[in-house]
Design a protein. Structure first.
Ligand SMILES: C[S@@+](CC[C@H](N)C(=O)[O-])C[C@H]1O[C@@H](n2cnc3c(N)ncnc32)[C@H](O)[C@@H]1O
Length: 240
């Protein structure tokens, strides 16, 4: 577990990897527009309401930007442990200057900054929880619940693993239709791309257990609010 956490940190705290990730971000985001919008729509606020949300593993702020755009009076606290991603985020969030700030947080540790100790109005996370081993996913969900205000919501947009290899093959078949170069890219990865891929898939886990972690943490209204192939939006509410 320590080894995998170190491998993950080496990826996300590498100048070269982050530069490469940022270079491909616009193209990847084109396929995520609906999921980003839906995550914002799921939050229970009026369009003009003032509230602050926390984005865990926020990276350069793709999920935060969708929420900041949908709710013009909202503010974001973006938590991430990568200085490179936080720095890139200052560029991609320039339109929202004054409405966001970054805090440093390593989600693998369970040690949260004092300012996120409680009373959170909403917590979101995207494309990050799959980097944590299952025991840590379960513990993180409990830590989030404990920090939310009663009645506040948590949503997680992330990939999941198939329960059955045939399901994984069907997902891949569609992905390959959509990107005719996907199969060739899979079989011609550079060593860096291979390391990134292995880091990406290392802790991806099936949907069912993750719903179980949310319920075990004490969330209510737990559901798969959206799903397309291997990507889902999971969430729940802290009981009032
Ligand atoms: C694939 S990127 C997703 C970024 C952003 N949430 C998005 O949707 O585009 C994964 C992010 O999770 C962050 N991350 C990975 N492991 C983390 C950890 N243990 N603690 C905090 N951040 C972590 C990385 O630094 C990176 O910014």
């Amino acid at each position: 577990m320590v080894e995998s956490a170190e491998a993950n940190a080496a990826i996300w705290k590498s100048d070269a990897t982050v530069a490469d990730w940022v270079a491909g971000a616009d193209a990847r985001e084109r396929g995520r527009v609906r999921a980003r919008e839906l995550l914002a729509e799921l939050l229970p606020f009026a369009e003009d309401e003032r509230f602050t949300f926390v984005d865990l593993g926020a990276g350069t702020g793709a999920a935060s930007r969708a929420v900041l755009a949908a709710y013009p009076s909202s503010s974001a606290i973006l938590a991430d442990y990568s200085p490179q991603m936080r720095e890139e985020g200052q560029r991609s969030l320039a339109d929202y200057a004054g409405r966001y700030r970054y805090v440093e947080l390593d989600l693998a540790t369970g040690r949260w900054p004092e300012e996120l100790a409680g009373g959170l109005q909403a917590v979101i996370t995207s494309l990050c929880v799959h980097h944590l081993p299952d025991a840590r996913k379960a513990a993180l969900f409990a830590e989030i619940l404990a920090r939310l205000e009663p009645g506040a919501w948590f949503f997680d947009y992330d990939p999941v693993a198939p329960d059955d290899p045939s399901v994984g093959e069907a997902w891949q078949r569609v992905q390959d239709r959509r990107d005719p170069e996907a199969a060739s890219k899979r079989s011609h990865r550079s060593p860096e791309e291979q390391a990134r891929w292995e880091n990406h898939v290392r802790h991806i886990s099936p949907l069912g257990p993750q719903l179980g972690y949310l319920r075990a943490a004490g969330f209510e209204a737990v559901d798969v609010y959206w799903k397309e192939l291997d990507h889902v939006i999971l969430g729940g509410r802290r009981p009032r």
